[in-house]
Design a protein around this ligand. Sequence first.
Ligand SMILES: Cc1cc2nc3c(=O)[nH]c(=O)nc-3n(C[C@H](O)[C@H](O)[C@H](O)COP(=O)(O)OP(=O)(O)OC[C@H]3O[C@@H](n4cnc5c(N)ncnc54)[C@H](O)[C@@H]3O)c2cc1C
Length: 412
Amino acid sequence: MSKSDTEVAIIGGGAAGIAAGRRLVDAGIDCLVIEARDRLGGRGWSVPAPTGEIIDLGCGWLHSADRNPWSDIAAQQGCTIDKAPPPWTKPSLDIGFPLGDQRAFHEALDAFYDRMETVAQREPDAPAAAALEPGNRWNGLLSAVGTFISGGELVRVSARDFDNYADNGVNWRVVEGYGAMMATHAAGVPVVLGCPVQRVDHSGTRLRIETSRGTIAAAQVIVTLPTNVLTAMEDLFAPGLPDKTAAAHDLPLGHDDKLFIALEGAAEFERDSRLFGRTDGPTAAYHLRPFGRPMIEAYFGGALAAELEAGGANAFYRFAVDELTGLLGADFAKRLKPIRVHAWGTDPFARGAYSFALPGKTASRQVLAAPVDERLFFAGEACSKHDYSTAHGAYRTGIAAADAVIAARRPA
Ligand SMILES: Cc1cc2nc3c(=O)[nH]c(=O)nc-3n(C[C@H](O)[C@H](O)[C@H](O)COP(=O)(O)OP(=O)(O)OC[C@H]3O[C@@H](n4cnc5c(N)ncnc54)[C@H](O)[C@@H]3O)c2cc1C
């Protein structure tokens, strides 16, 4: 390993770790990002499709784009920002979902969000499913959309946390890839790849970060691991940090996965349009011609995504083909070819998609984010109160942790 001693060790090279590393390097502080994978970006991951376009297997949307720090970074890098409106802000295709029903669904969705605001005020905090109206014909689709947003089924998700999420409705994309753009932002930040951290020993005056490739000593550490990784690594901290472990348990990552499918004769469909496989229960959302490309981006959430992950990569494709041929006829299958899917739940360095709080556990986001002894700092999307589950939320927590490190290093 190139470096066995550093001032600040940053565990994890995703959005939060990259932001923290960049900030520390710019402040002239010696640091090292220690990353388990052989690439940077974490849950941001851009790969080429066989036809050459870059697809994002993880984050793709610059949510709240006009207040999203990654938008400026993408622009500074000279990336192409696509501002075409996302499929969920326009009517879906009139296939299996007549426009009148779509209007009724959108009214039901607005009413659901309004009720969520009220339910979120309740003591004690209730599951987000309490905002569903018993017997409402749209509950199946509202629940499916809930899993795209949260990753968890609404019965498991805190209503208050759901309501805390802040989004201003501006959504852009990076043509060259969100994940690739984030990784580029780490240029010049010292990084060690392929180096899973196994333990953080904070019993001595200097921290000892034990990895698969040896021990790294540091004065301070910023931990950016996904919550499901923290809960899976029971002995990560020595001595143990039971508050952190409990907070990570309160903020599990749900399931969300994307499958990209090549589509022949795509021009028949409007660019950035959408279909739901069904409107009365668990289903995938099909984004047709993303960026105008000849493909379909299928999005799976919650228990459905978990079940398909258990079935292997082909299970996603079979499910999508079944739903799409149900809407467009059996011959439609001949126009489809799988490109790529990534199962984030079975990915050992993510173990899920993004965090939601269990009912009654919103405060755990602050517990997770709180530093320990001015030496151990925490960042990552789960630490964000209002921008959790996003790449810009992760970025901001990384900057906050780096700033806290810088402040702790100043002489009193
Ligand atoms: C399918 C999907 C779609 C999404 N869509 C969007 C979207 O459109 N817009 C949006 O803003 N967000 C989206 N997100 C969420 C967004 O990708 C994440 O919130 C964000 O990337 C998390 O960044 P992070 O730094 O907190 O965590 P991560 O990116 O997970 O970074 C943590 C890093 O720690 C590393 N690591 C794990 N274990 C170890 C170990 N033992 N030792 C060392 N390193 C380790 C990991 O490899 C990883 O690189 C999506 C996520 C998924 C899965």
